[in-house]
Design a protein around this ligand. Structure first.
Ligand code: ARG
Length: 454
């Protein structure tokens, strides 16, 4: 495609080193759509006859059908998806095919293809995040009455509804979805017509191309258009954060499924055994997802690092954008799909959860609040209850086992009703602030999400 000024063949080593067709073949659909739109502008400018354009469109569609059917053979000596398709088109239809690349460069072509690809994938990712949210809400709704200890520092803190814990992730994945769709806004801008760097002396109707490809906006600086990969960074960043959320959920699932917690049972279909230890049932989906988060974060760092030293405008380094982008998109889509399916097969173990949440120490803060309601400043109340906890440690007993006399020795504000506030049900009922896990609030949140995700 550039033989004019060269006297030697490209070294086979360089061909192997520089080819991208082994991974960018995936852009074929978008490359063809871009070329069909470009040919409309060429025709409008009088550079293609209607017959030539018809030949181009039919030829591209034929090639597309063959690629889709797995019958097309990609050639690594033709380097990338753009040249593979164009060379084959020209081989099939001759002169008209050789006119297609008029006023276009692979620099603006690849920018277009990647934007079109990510626009489709942003929609697919948003849908996959929705499906994940639905699975979380359904799991919570199936166990609406289950209460577990909530943890800070991985130490038992206060009781929460199992559903409240799951709904925390529903909120996170909602922000992830918003970030993906927000990134989609900025990638939905049409770069074709920017040429290699400085547009072209041949004037094409860029607005026509944008309309053909359903872009609401057109890039306004040809140099920015061919060197910009911000849009890919933004999407990789949104995906890295989604991976972090998936990884944290994985960690919770792994802990909950352990014999130490026993809060949940994962179905056999989404666990694996050990080749050595017959008793094992391992939460591999969660472990793999936690592991893959490392790669998805790495892909973001990898692309940022590739871009950071590049002078304007296009540099061949930018070919390295595709593998991290494809990998993060594929990994997150797969992780969301398998995780949602695993959640459908999880059941909470009501007995183990009830036993864990019966730990009276979870209500120590409620006792401090009891004193506050009797006029004791919170700092002082905190200290009094701290002493009660220490007394329990001395006596090897729990807070409900202390006598009224024990309590009154610590503070005269205690009366016989102190024992009534040492109940999980009372504690949950009192947590009525917006966002707190009272039974009414959690039920309302489940209903809100069920409606929103329907
Ligand atoms: N395969 C290249 C890439 O992915 C396409 C653009 C090549 N442009 C060039 N001037 N060599 O970035």
């Amino acid at each position: 495609m550039w033989k004019g000024r060269f006297q030697q063949e490209t070294s086979a080593l360089l061909q192997q080193y520089s080819e991208s067709i082994s991974f960018d073949w995936r852009l074929w659909r978008h490359d063809i759509a871009g070329s069909i739109a470009h040919s409309a502008a060429l025709e409008k400018a009088g550079l293609l006859t209607p017959e030539e354009r018809a030949q181009i469109v039919a030829g591209l569609q034929e090639i597309g059908a063959e690629i889709e059917a797995g019958k097309f053979s990609f050639k690594s000596e033709l380097e990338d998806i753009h040249m593979n398709i164009e060379a084959e088109l020209t081989r099939r239809i001759g002169a008209a095919g050789a006119k297609l690349h008029t006023a276009r460069s692979r620099n603006d072509q690849v920018a277009l293809d990647l934007r079109l690809y990510l626009r489709d994938e942003a929609d697919a990712l948003a849908a996959a995040l929705r499906a994940m949210q639905r699975a979380l809400v359904a799991l919570g709704a199936r166990h609406a009455d289950v209460i577990i200890p909530g943890y800070t520092h991985l130490q038992r803190a206060q009781p929460v509804y199992f559903a409240h814990h799951l709904l925390a992730y529903v909120e996170m994945f909602d922000r992830d979805r918003e970030r993906v769709l927000d990134a989609r806004k900025r990638l939905n801008v049409m770069p074709l017509g920017s040429g290699a760097i400085a547009g072209s002396t041949i004037l094409l109707d860029r607005e026509l191309i944008a309309r053909e490809l359903d872009f609401p906006a057109i890039t306004q600086n040809s140099m920015d258009a061919v060197s910009d990969r911000d849009f890919a960074v933004e999407l990789l960043s949104a995906l890295a954060l989604a991976a972090v959320h998936l990884s944290r959920l994985s960690e919770d699932v792994i802990l909950w499924a352990s014999s130490e917690f026993r809060f949940i049972t994962i179905s056999d279909a989404f666990t694996t055994g050990s080749s050595l230890m017959p008793q094992k049932k391992n939460p591999d989906v969660a472990e793999l997802t936690r592991g893959k988060a490392g790669r998805v974060i790495g892909n973001l760092v990898s692309l940022l690092t590739t871009l950071k030293g590049l002078p304007m405008t296009y540099n061949r380094d930018m070919q390295e954008d595709k593998e991290p982008v494809f990998d993060s998109v594929d990994t997150i889509k797969a992780a969301l799909a398998v995780f949602a399916a695993m959640l459908d097969g999880i059941s909470a173990n009501a007995v183990a959860c009830a036993a864990a949440v019966a730990d009276p120490m979870l209500l120590a803060t409620d006792l401090a609040d009891y004193l506050v309601n009797r006029g004791i400043p919170f700092r002082q109340a905190h200290e009094v209850i701290g002493k009660a906890v220490a007394l329990c440690a001395d006596k090897r007993c729990e807070l409900p086992d202390l006598t009224l006399a024990d309590y009154q020795a610590l503070s005269p504000a205690f009366t016989a009703d102190v024992f009534a506030c040492l109940s999980v049900a009372t504690s949950m009922n009192a947590r009525q602030a917006i966002g707190a896990p009272s039974p009414q609030n959690v039920a309302a949140q489940l209903a809100r999400w069920q409606a929103a995700l329907r």
